[in-house]
Design a protein around this ligand. Structure first.
Ligand SMILES: Cc1cc2nc3c(=O)[nH]c(=O)nc-3n(C[C@H](O)[C@H](O)[C@H](O)COP(=O)(O)OP(=O)(O)OC[C@H]3O[C@@H](n4cnc5c(N)ncnc54)[C@H](O)[C@@H]3O)c2cc1C
Length: 555
């Protein structure tokens, strides 16, 4: 309702020095950094598409739907009036509207429907724009995008499900998938006794007949403790057979046309991400088809998890961008001590520092998306994709809550008030660092990936070498990190520091190779200069603050 024209003259006072409602945003045109990153990483051909979507998604109507979908969270209707179990989750119409917009605009399917160089980059740019408006819808969208590589483990299931998940039609009817125009797929891994450590899963799967292994039918019994988007049409689920942890595709409806017997016990009351339902589920002789090799379920489902991790990084970068946009608007219109906030020297430092962080996050995310584009034909890009998907999931999702908190504070009191978008961004921010592998798990995984892939360290350093000689802090940090990785002692206990430096060095290298020298040097001297605490507003006083801020302002 923020866009309703307010009454300025009240009986007791005139409302002054309050920013106007931000109104329509053009999420593509206004974002120079995003446009440059998309071009640089090879998706310039998608500009028409991205431009139309940025214009559509940034309009006030979409932000209003997002607000309504979050203020009216989904409700579980476990039973109908006669006590029949229906497992229905009732979402607000605004949630359905946003999900419809997402699917129509190929948020889960663009890269797969337009497979060519740069399609992953274009896909992630769409995601980046959508996620600035609403985070909850992104959960089923991320999983539906990410399931595609995992479906390849079984050609029959792939043939059945692929046309549905790549469809541009949103079909919210709870009916068997063969009658639907399109579908979505989620994943159930986490159990009470083990989330990060899925090997602790206790759910059992027994074969329906003598046929066992990939493509065979099983009945699953156990529980799953965190199951988001439970209205999806199917789920990849981990369960144990006698051979070991295996992966199953569990549909809502069985092939005989009956409802599958999985039971939504309750919806979680979450800190944020409130438009999205996250549930607890009991499986009781629940029908599923094994997908992938028996006993290799983690390997199969990891093909899905990887895509979700990229989404986490991109979504967190996008939350940062929206927070920065809100700050730029507020501080441009609010005066304190006779000056616009944006012109106060210390506020300039805070804002410029946030812009550097937000742009660096978007740049890194788009670079990772490019590596996904090229991973099949280029060994170096394959290694970069493997390492930096995890690095960016760790670092970007870690930085988002700090930046958003700082951005909220830039608004003063109104930033803490629920009519502002800031509380919603703030509550959304920590989630991306928890699901799909929490911080420590990511850092240990970076080390594991480096140890497993003999090409990894050389691919990473070849990439970092491309910016050598452009900044002394950068060169020194690359050398130090290389030496540190050569010494295998205590690597695990140091893995946060290593992952953080990999992230900031890759971000620095992108700035150094492609951006205005002053911007690159501000990033390097703060992040790599040796005194960095991570707080915003600590750039050197000789930084060209105006240049950094000007670049981020809506064009
Ligand atoms: C809103 C929400 C929705 C979710 N939706 C889903 C879903 O749809 N499907 C699904 O399967 N899961 C889902 N999850 C679960 C999520 O993926 C897990 O919560 C997450 O993987 C962490 O597992 P855990 O909660 O068991 O924590 P734990 O595994 O107990 O981890 C707790 C802490 O210990 C750290 N830790 C773990 N192992 C190590 C180690 N070896 N060394 C150092 N530190 C370590 C972790 O980094 C973490 O900080 C959801 C979670 C949330 C919050």
């Amino acid at each position: 309702m923020n866009h309703l024209r307010p009454i300025k003259q009240l009986p007791t006072h005139e409302v002054e020095n309050m920013p106007p409602y931000i109104g329509n945003q053009d999420l593509w045109k206004n974002d120079k950094n995003l446009r440059e990153a998309v071009n640089r990483e090879g998706a310039g051909w998608a500009e028409k598409n991205l431009s139309a979507f940025g214009h559509l998604m940034g309009c006030t109507e979409m932000f209003d739907h997002a607000e309504k979908a979050n203020k009216n969270p989904p409700e579980l209707k476990a039973f109908d009036q006669y006590g029949n179990r229906i497992n229905y989750v009732d979402y607000h119409p605004s949630y359905h509207h946003l999900l419809g917009v997402a699917i129509k605009n190929e948020i889960p399917s663009f890269a797969w429907n337009h497979k060519k160089e740069g399609s992953q980059v274009a896909h992630m740019a769409l995601t980046y724009m959508f996620s600035q408006v609403e985070g909850g819808v992104m959960c089923p969208m991320a999983m539906t995008y990410s399931v595609i590589p995992a479906l390849k483990h079984n050609p029959d299931l792939e043939a059945q499900w692929l046309p549905k998940v790549l469809s541009n039609e949103y079909d919210d009817r709870d009916i068997p998938i063969d009658q639907k125009l399109g579908g979505t797929i989620g994943m159930f891994m986490t159990e009470k006794q083990g989330g990060s450590d899925v090997r602790a899963n206790s759910t059992r799967a027994k074969p329906v007949s003598s046929s066992v292994g990939n493509g065979s039918e099983y009945l699953l019994t156990g529980h799953k403790y965190f199951c988001s988007a439970p209205m999806c049409d199917a789920f990849l689920v981990l369960a144990n057979t006698d051979v070991g942890l295996s992966c199953f595709l569990v549909p809502r409806w069985k092939p005989d046309g009956e409802r599958n017997s999985f039971f939504i016990q309750r919806l979680k009351d979450k800190l944020g991400n409130r438009s999205n339902a996250s549930s607890e589920i009991e499986l009781d002789d629940t029908f599923g088809t094994m997908i992938g090799e028996e006993g290799k379920g983690i390997k199969t489902i990891l093909d899905m998890v990887i895509g979700n991790r990229i989404y986490c990084a991109v979504s967190s970068a996008s939350l940062m961008r929206q927070a920065v946009v809100q700050v730029l608007h507020h501080t441009t219109h609010r005066l304190a001590f006779q000056k616009k906030l944006i012109d106060q020297p210390l506020m300039k430092n805070v804002i410029a520092d946030m812009i550097l962080e937000s742009d660096a996050a978007a740049n890194l995310a788009m670079r990772v998306a490019r590596s996904v584009d090229y991973q099949e034909e280029d060994e170096n890009e394959k290694s970069i994709s493997r390492i930096f998907t995890t690095v960016s999931k760790y670092w970007i999702t870690k930085r988002a809550p700090y930046l958003i908190f700082e951005a909220l504070e830039c608004h003063g009191g109104p930033g803490y008030i629920e009519e502002s978008i800031m509380p919603r961004l703030y509550r959304e921010a920590p989630l991306n660092s928890i699901w799909e592998g929490s911080g420590n798990v990511m850092c240990v995984d970076v080390l594991r990936a480096m140890q497993k892939d003999k090409n990894a360290i050389s691919s990473v350093f070849n990439e970092l070498e491309k910016a050598r000689g452009l900044n002394a802090y950068y060169d020194l940090n690359v050398d130090n990190l290389f030496l540190e990785l050569k010494n295998p002692e205590d690597l695990e206990i140091k893995s946060r520091s290593i992952t953080e430096r990999l992230a900031t060095l890759m971000q620095a290298s992108i700035f150094l190779k492609n951006c205005n020298e002053e911007i690159a040097s501000a990033f390097c001297s703060s992040r790599l200069g040796g005194n960095w605490t991570g707080a915003f507003g600590t750039l050197n006083s000789n930084t060209n603050f105006d240049e950094i801020i000007k670049r981020a302002l809506p064009t």
